[in-house]
Design a protein around this ligand. Sequence first.
Ligand code: DPP
Ligand code: ZN
Length: 859
Amino acid sequence: PQVIRREDYQAPAWLVPDIALEFALGLELTHVTARLSVRRNAEGNGGATLRLNGDQITPLAVRVDGAAVNDWRLDGPDLLLPLTGDAHEVEIETQVNPAANSQLMGLYASHGMLCTQCEAEGFRRITFFPDRPDVLSTYRVRMSGDKATFPVLLSNGNCEAQGEGADGTHWAEWHDPWPKPCYLFALVAGDLVANHDTFTTMSGRKVDLNIWVRKGDEARTSHAMDSLKASMKWDEEAFGREYDLDLFNIVAVSDFNMGAMENKGLNVFNTRYVLADPETATDADYDAIEGVIGHEYFHNWSGNRVTCRDWFQLSLKEGFTVLRDQLFSADMGSPAVKRIEDVRVLRSAQYPEDSGPLAHPIRPDSYQEISNFYTATVYNKGAEVIRMMRTMAGPERFRAGTDLYFDRHDGEAATCEDFVNAIEEGAGLDLAQFRLWYAQAGTPQVSASAGHAGDSVTLKLTQTVPATPGQPAKQPMPIPLKLALFDRETGQHNGEELIILDKAEQTFTFKGYLRPPVLSINRGFSAPVAIDFERPVEDLVFLAANDDDPFARYEAMQSLIVRHLIAGVGGSLGERQRQADRAAIAQAFEAVLADESLDDLMRGELMILPAEGYLAEQFLVADPTAIHAEREALKAWLGRELKDRLTQLHDRVSAVPYSRDAAARGARKLKMQALIYLAAGAPEDAKRRAIAQYRQADNMTDRQGAVMVLAGLDGPERREALADFHDRYSGNALVLDKWFSLQAGSLHPDVLDHVRALAEHSDFTMSNPNRVRALYMALAMNAQAFHAASGEGYRMIGDLIRKLDPINPQTAARFVPSLGRWRRIEPRRAALMRAELERIAAEPSLSRDVLEQVTKSLD
Ligand code: DPP
Ligand code: ZN
């Protein structure tokens, strides 16, 4: 397969300032006429031939300046058309079968409606076009179709005309005044109803807002609508960005590869990020909806008004937009909790990427299939990199930088380098060395050691950036570390400092400390690095109880547990040390439970044990079963040791009535945490409580939490709860997804049998990505089941990849990384994982998506 390289970028030879599209819509046959005004690009150095990308389409007719031509030819999937002059009108007819489009890229059918997904390279499955983000066009779209089948006809921009046609058809004409790349094109046609509202922008313009869903779902759109209005307001206040059309449409679709898509003026969303009510959506679902609605809305500026020059620049829009949605969610809720959640996602999803065979910089240098680069690295590490600039500049100066960026590049297809230049200039930072964060993959490892003499503290720091595929040697990067030095007697510090570690080895001195202080480092997770700091357990206990930075407090708690579990797994934990560690951990838990200054959302956060994936990262080669067992053992011990405290806690929070306010959400989070520990340490008690909680539940958070606990325990209650849950929500696809996930992700010893049976269940289908992920992603994330010694878990994921690849390669490829981590797993399992990858690689006709991931994982 062809490798696309960043350094090979060339400006487009031809531009397409305008395009007019005409769609004769049908579920099984849609006819497309595209009229492109093309103009030779003065900055390009192409010849007289126009190259238009295609993918599984053939031209039915080609006309140049109104006359049919036949001197075009196909070069693989692309169409090559010789042109004589500098500007022409090129008209091409194609047709597609949306109902047969199981890849869900391009124009496809979902439950009787038609919709599109064009990012990254789906537009070329609709018509021939220079399918690259640096070709910006204004779009005029006319569509016609059966009025009964497609009562609602939507595209980007504004609807300028509509009317009736012959034979029960109707039509609509849409015009988007803002030039955009074709990946932002969208069309939706179907039988939809809207939740309608309005928003008045900061300059006083009234914008119509619609959230379109299938009939019956409209009652579950109010949270999405509130989130949209809050996003619009927030972007005005936080970034000075105003919406730029009179209409903003969101459409919810149940068959969707990704979370959502920011098409100009017509966002298309996976239903799971739109639909919510207390009965069917958990608190986490509500938060995710707010975050994703914000994310897609914020793309209107960071992505649409300023777009990407090429796909290597993906983090330009995604990293920045993730940072923007993180800041938004922080402002809407608890900044402390949000920060901890973001770090947890980074460590459990991105760190493994950075240390595995698919490691890539946030701005990759090459790819075979760009869909494989919509990764936690590009998104979440990308956000961390920009967050570091913000930390170094401070929020005001950072804002000056983003103002300059938007100003300077509005209407352009920009690069990461453009962004860094704008921040450098606007915020007044020197980012020369900092640019390495865009170029180097791998999570920097920082080692710290502190000494004390007289009244001064010396902090010695070293950094190494690990080798990653294609990058054997790395240079030191600037690592901004926020720190504070606590007096262990007063529990106070003299203010937070920001130091920048930008050499391989550096010593920092702090004066005025007559006693050795307790050092709190990387506060707020100011840098996305791993810190290795040998220090006495008392210091961690101190910080877990006293640190005024909530993240640092959480981190101290986590470190306390992580080092204990690592020692346990590594076999270096003597019985005496085990008891001492456990006592320290229990003491920290008790402090958290008792601390009146904490709100329950934060308390719940502090109680969450480090994820198994994060623990596995601490080993060069990990034994996932040993990690699981050690973690479960600690959980069970805490459940027994703190049983009375936990049951009191569960009683207290169970009495809090349902509402969406922070106190009630915190109560539900603690209800879950209490049950988790009790289920491990006092299963009979937990079972009784879970059954009662299930019966009394008036919301999905409580109900799902109860089923989650029961699904991991044995007995008839398990079966009854699952059966009741299924029947109660049999018409609700999103809740059925939960039903699948709860079983595939459970702690039950027979998970693999359960998954096998669920794959045959009448509610399971390979054609819906949400359902596939619900069952199999939950399995792949379930360390105990996935890493079963028999290799059966690997076999099931391998079988899935092979079966799904011909249907939906993009979704299939997402499962490869779970097997791809074999080098970091103990040798016996590693061999089984590798064998499974080889079995996939042996398939005769793999998609480019899966082939790239499998080949790189075997290399
Ligand atoms: N651009 C989308 C998003 O991340 C994914 N295609 O919002
Ligand atoms: Zn995005």
